[in-house]
Design a protein around this ligand. Structure first.
Ligand code: NAP
Length: 249
């Protein structure tokens, strides 16, 4: 069984780095044309160039996913260069960790804006074309942190909210041939987590406490995304696929 994405166009937010970059590359290698959306236009362009340099089809568009007008313009531009997206991966995200008592309004709303508003804005922008085609895949990158993490009230709330958004979308748009699912990664080796203090010790501790004795790689998430985006996952919707090496706590 091959998980082909031939003749599909995918939009990947935060596609310029880490998990988004791995998903963009893997989708292109599976036959999709990829619109790489990122806040950092150099990073998005570099991923798109890397894909085209390897014989794939891709373009880069720049937007802050939290800003609806920017999202609409980027989706329109991407659709002009490629096609209207059949697959959307809401992946853009960041952390602003702090104990709730010290968390600033900006740290709270900044994370909710990119994770939740971003997913809302991008989903809204791509849905009309998916509905008219009668086919679509909405894939939201949540996190194991949706179960709660000390110092991550903003991030946990946003990632749990993403699961509610996904389930509602699954119920609302299934009749149009559109599925909506979440991937909840555990600790994945990306620039986001490498910025953390004591990354090496933390990674070692995580690996030791994970049934599959290692932290995750972006390719682990890309493999799950390819499956959910493929024809073969057409009867799976409203679900959350945990890619955590078996670690939930
Ligand atoms: P990453 O390497 O930092 O990549 C995230 C990308 O998103 C960056 O290119 C970033 O651009 C972009 N971005 C940030 N804010 C944006 C915005 N407002 N609009 C458009 N693009 C924006 O992080 P990652 O680890 O790959 O994370 C990807 C997703 O996986 C996130 O949603 C994260 O919460 C989730 N996740 C990660 C892990 C993990 O352990 N790594 C675990 C669970 C879930 P800039 O560099 O310019 O900010």
């Amino acid at each position: 069984m091959k998980f082909s994405l031939d003749n599909r166009t995918a939009l990947v937010t935060g596609g310029g780095s880490g998990i988004g970059r791995a998903i963009s590359r893997a989708f292109a290698a599976s036959g999709a044309a990829v619109i790489v959306l990122d806040l950092d236009s150099d990073a998005g362009t570099s991923v798109a160039q890397d894909i085209t340099g390897n014989g794939g089809v891709a373009c880069a568009v720049q937007a802050d996913v939290g800003q609806m007008a920017q999202v609409r313009a980027a989706v329109e531009l991407g659709a002009k260069k490629m096609n209207a997206p059949d697959i959307l991966v809401n992946n853009a995200g960041f952390t602003r960790d702090r104990s709730l008592t010290k968390m600033t309004d900006q740290e709270w709303s900044g994370v909710l804006s990119v994770v939740l508003d971003g997913a809302f804005n991008c989903t809204k922008a791509v849905l009309p074309a998916m509905r008219s085609k009668g086919w679509g895949r909405l894939i939201n990158i949540s996190s194991r942190a949706y179960l709660g993490n000390p110092g991550q009230a903003n991030y946990s709330a946003a990632k749990a909210g993403l699961i509610g958004l996904t389930r509602s979308n699954a119920l609302e748009f299934g009749k149009f041939g559109i599925t909506a699912n979440c991937i909840a990664p555990g600790l994945i080796d990306t620039p986001l987590v490498r910025k953390m203090e004591n990354f090496d010790q933390m990674a070692e501790r995580f690996a030791a406490n994970t049934p599959i004795r290692r932290i995750g790689q972006p390719a682990d998430i890309a493999a799950a995304a390819i499956f959910l985006a493929s024809e073969h996952a057409g009867y799976i919707t409203g679900d959350t696929l945990h890619v955590t090496g078996g670690r939930y706590g």
